[in-house]
Design a binder for this molecule. Structure first.
Ligand SMILES: [Zn+2]
Ligand SMILES: [Zn+2]
Length: 131
Protein backbone atom coordinates (compact mmCIF):
# COMPACT_ATOMS: atom_id res chain seq x y z
CA UNK A 1 0.00 0.00 0.00
CA UNK A 2 1.25 3.48 -0.88
CA UNK A 3 1.19 5.87 2.04
CA UNK A 4 0.36 9.54 2.10
CA UNK A 5 3.56 11.58 2.52
CA UNK A 6 1.78 13.86 4.93
CA UNK A 7 -0.42 11.68 7.15
CA UNK A 8 0.41 8.07 6.28
CA UNK A 9 -3.07 7.04 5.13
CA UNK A 10 -3.60 5.09 1.94
CA UNK A 11 -2.44 7.24 -0.96
CA UNK A 12 -2.92 7.93 -4.64
CA UNK A 13 -0.20 9.03 -6.99
CA UNK A 14 -0.29 12.76 -7.67
CA UNK A 15 1.62 14.29 -10.59
CA UNK A 16 3.24 17.48 -9.28
CA UNK A 17 3.20 18.88 -12.81
CA UNK A 18 -0.16 17.50 -13.89
CA UNK A 19 -0.33 15.42 -17.02
CA UNK A 20 -2.73 18.03 -18.40
CA UNK A 21 0.05 20.61 -17.87
CA UNK A 22 2.52 18.51 -19.82
CA UNK A 23 3.78 16.67 -16.75
CA UNK A 24 5.88 13.57 -17.36
CA UNK A 25 5.82 10.17 -15.71
CA UNK A 26 8.97 9.90 -13.63
CA UNK A 27 9.47 9.39 -9.89
CA UNK A 28 10.44 12.95 -8.99
CA UNK A 29 7.18 14.21 -10.45
CA UNK A 30 5.14 11.92 -8.22
CA UNK A 31 3.84 12.70 -4.81
CA UNK A 32 1.85 10.17 -2.81
CA UNK A 33 -1.15 11.73 -1.14
CA UNK A 34 -4.29 10.41 0.51
CA UNK A 35 -7.66 11.55 -0.80
CA UNK A 36 -7.86 14.48 1.59
CA UNK A 37 -4.27 15.70 1.03
CA UNK A 38 -4.72 15.20 -2.70
CA UNK A 39 -8.21 16.36 -3.64
CA UNK A 40 -9.32 18.03 -0.42
CA UNK A 41 -9.19 21.72 0.39
CA UNK A 42 -5.62 21.36 1.66
CA UNK A 43 -4.52 19.43 -1.37
CA UNK A 44 -2.73 20.79 -4.45
CA UNK A 45 -5.79 20.50 -6.70
CA UNK A 46 -7.74 22.93 -4.51
CA UNK A 47 -5.01 24.89 -2.80
CA UNK A 48 -3.18 26.93 -5.43
CA UNK A 49 -0.42 28.00 -3.07
CA UNK A 50 0.40 24.43 -2.13
CA UNK A 51 0.31 23.48 -5.78
CA UNK A 52 2.92 26.12 -6.57
CA UNK A 53 4.96 25.13 -3.53
CA UNK A 54 5.14 21.49 -4.69
CA UNK A 55 6.11 22.65 -8.15
CA UNK A 56 8.84 24.90 -6.77
CA UNK A 57 10.18 22.00 -4.71
CA UNK A 58 10.30 19.82 -7.81
CA UNK A 59 12.01 22.56 -9.83
CA UNK A 60 14.58 23.02 -7.03
CA UNK A 61 15.26 19.26 -6.89
CA UNK A 62 15.81 19.21 -10.65
CA UNK A 63 18.16 22.21 -10.42
CA UNK A 64 20.16 20.44 -7.70
CA UNK A 65 20.22 17.07 -9.40
CA UNK A 66 21.21 18.35 -12.82
CA UNK A 67 24.45 20.03 -11.84
CA UNK A 68 25.95 20.08 -15.37
CA UNK A 69 24.87 22.50 -18.08
CA UNK A 70 24.15 19.83 -20.69
CA UNK A 71 22.82 16.27 -20.65
CA UNK A 72 22.29 13.47 -23.12
CA UNK A 73 19.07 11.51 -22.93
CA UNK A 74 20.86 8.38 -21.66
CA UNK A 75 22.13 10.35 -18.69
CA UNK A 76 18.62 11.59 -17.93
CA UNK A 77 17.28 8.05 -18.13
CA UNK A 78 19.89 7.01 -15.54
CA UNK A 79 19.49 9.99 -13.24
CA UNK A 80 15.74 10.42 -13.29
CA UNK A 81 14.48 6.92 -14.16
CA UNK A 82 12.48 8.10 -17.14
CA UNK A 83 11.43 5.97 -20.05
CA UNK A 84 13.81 6.63 -22.93
CA UNK A 85 11.24 6.36 -25.73
CA UNK A 86 9.14 8.99 -24.03
CA UNK A 87 12.13 11.30 -23.54
CA UNK A 88 13.06 10.97 -27.20
CA UNK A 89 9.59 12.01 -28.26
CA UNK A 90 9.48 14.90 -25.83
CA UNK A 91 12.89 16.32 -26.75
CA UNK A 92 12.45 16.12 -30.51
CA UNK A 93 11.50 19.79 -30.55
CA UNK A 94 14.57 20.88 -28.55
CA UNK A 95 17.98 21.62 -29.94
CA UNK A 96 20.61 18.95 -29.39
CA UNK A 97 24.00 20.62 -28.98
CA UNK A 98 27.17 18.60 -29.30
CA UNK A 99 27.39 18.58 -25.49
CA UNK A 100 23.77 17.38 -25.19
CA UNK A 101 20.50 19.09 -24.35
CA UNK A 102 20.61 22.31 -22.37
CA UNK A 103 19.83 21.95 -18.69
CA UNK A 104 17.54 24.97 -18.82
CA UNK A 105 15.55 23.41 -21.71
CA UNK A 106 15.30 20.13 -19.82
CA UNK A 107 13.99 21.68 -16.62
CA UNK A 108 11.66 23.97 -18.52
CA UNK A 109 10.15 20.98 -20.32
CA UNK A 110 9.87 18.88 -17.17
CA UNK A 111 8.02 21.73 -15.50
CA UNK A 112 5.43 21.69 -18.28
CA UNK A 113 7.09 24.51 -20.27
CA UNK A 114 6.96 26.94 -17.41
CA UNK A 115 9.43 28.56 -15.06
CA UNK A 116 8.15 28.76 -11.50
CA UNK A 117 9.36 31.49 -9.17
CA UNK A 118 8.93 32.16 -5.48
CA UNK A 119 7.38 35.40 -6.57
CA UNK A 120 4.37 33.41 -7.80
CA UNK A 121 3.69 32.34 -4.23
CA UNK A 122 4.03 35.85 -2.86
CA UNK A 123 1.74 37.09 -5.58
CA UNK A 124 -0.81 34.54 -4.47
CA UNK A 125 -0.48 35.57 -0.81
CA UNK A 126 -0.96 39.23 -1.69
CA UNK A 127 -4.03 38.27 -3.61
CA UNK A 128 -5.46 36.42 -0.62
CA UNK A 129 -4.52 39.22 1.81
CA UNK A 130 -6.44 41.70 -0.33
CA UNK A 131 -9.63 39.70 -0.49
ZN1 LIG B 1 -2.83 12.44 3.89
ZN1 LIG C 1 -3.23 14.89 -8.40
Amino acid sequence: MLKCEICGKQADKHHIVYRSQGGIDFPLNFKYLCHEHHRGKDGPHKNRKLDIQYKLELQDSLEALLYKDFYFLDELVELLHINKGMLKRIFKEYRLYKEGYKKSDIIYRFMGKKVYTHYMMEEYCDFIANL
